[in-house]
Ligand binder design. Structure first.
Ligand code: NI
Length: 264
């Protein structure tokens, strides 16, 4: 197994716990990044996972004949298992274990903003997508495969927003066919954009409000995200994430159809 090469300082751990996000220098090598870009572009070009609902448009209605402006793949390493031996994965795990204070486990996803027309990822908290009956200790490690600038859609955060609960959300454009969620309101005074070079990472807690702008640059903005967490617990207090109940996405229909075929 690939061994991690990164150990966080106590100052970095304290900073993450205080602000709900952290920026780190590259956790991988230029050679590995070049390899990963090739794999990444192939997975999107081949539309892997689409039939089972694991590739879809985060920002649109996601019909088969529509151009995706924010294509996403859930679990890209399922379709290219060699990724699991890459250094950035070992470093991601080591970073998550330190920040969460325990042995973490998780998955990954890939969000592509195509050059010039990749759409924005609206303000949201990741936990708004998840099961309201569970308690999460979880974070995301977001790594661009090329330099990420404000113009190309780098991450932006609201510091300390992870200390609040999950805020009300709605589907993008209030369209229940769209998978992507948007927080109902965000205080614009508090925003911190985090442009980073290729292979560097931003890390955010699952309740930290975050955003990435549209890609106005001439290069695709490829992001590879590791989502890591400690085991979930059943919540004592119930929550109603009503925005999930109104959603009817093409992705979910494909996922259900694929599962039904498997059961037959
Ligand atoms: Ni997110």
């Amino acid at each position: 197994m690939t061994q991690p090469t990164i150990t966080l300082t106590q100052e970095q751990i304290d900073s993450f716990r205080r602000d709900g996000y952290l920026v780190l220098p590259p956790i991988t090598t230029p050679e590995e990044l070049a390899q990963l870009r090739t794999i990444y572009d192939r997975l999107f070009a081949e539309r892997v996972g689409r039939a089972e609902g694991n590739q879809f448009d985060l920002a649109g209605a996601d019909g088969d004949d529509e151009v995706a402006t924010l294509p996403q793949i859930l679990g890209p390493a399922r379709y290219a298992p060699e990724i699991n031996d890459f250094l950035f994965k070992a470093n991601g795990r080591a970073i998550a274990d330190q920040l969460l204070g325990g042995k973490s486990d998780g998955g990954d996803h890939a969000i592509l903003k195509p050059a010039r027309y990749g759409s924005e990822t609206p303000w949201h908290q990741d936990e708004a997508y998840w099961n309201p009956d569970l308690d999460y200790a979880s974070l995301s490690i977001w790594m661009p495969l090329q330099d990420a600038t404000i113009e190309s859609g780098c991450m932006q955060f609201v510091p300390r927003s992870h200390l609040r609960g999950v805020q009300p959300h709605h589907p993008i454009k209030n369209d229940p066919r769209i998978h992507g969620l948007e927080a109902d309101s965000v205080d614009a005074d508090e925003i911190v954009p985090c442009p980073i070079p290729a292979g560097a990472v931003t890390i955010h807690h699952c309740r930290t409000l975050h955003y990435a702008g549209p890609n106005l640059s001439d290069e695709p903005r490829r992001a590879y995200i590791q989502v890591m967490g400690l085991p979930t617990k059943k919540r004592e207090e119930t929550r109603d994430f009503y925005w999930q109940r109104i959603q009817q996405t093409a992705r979910l229909a494909r996922k259900k159809a694929a599962e039904a075929t498997k059961e037959e």
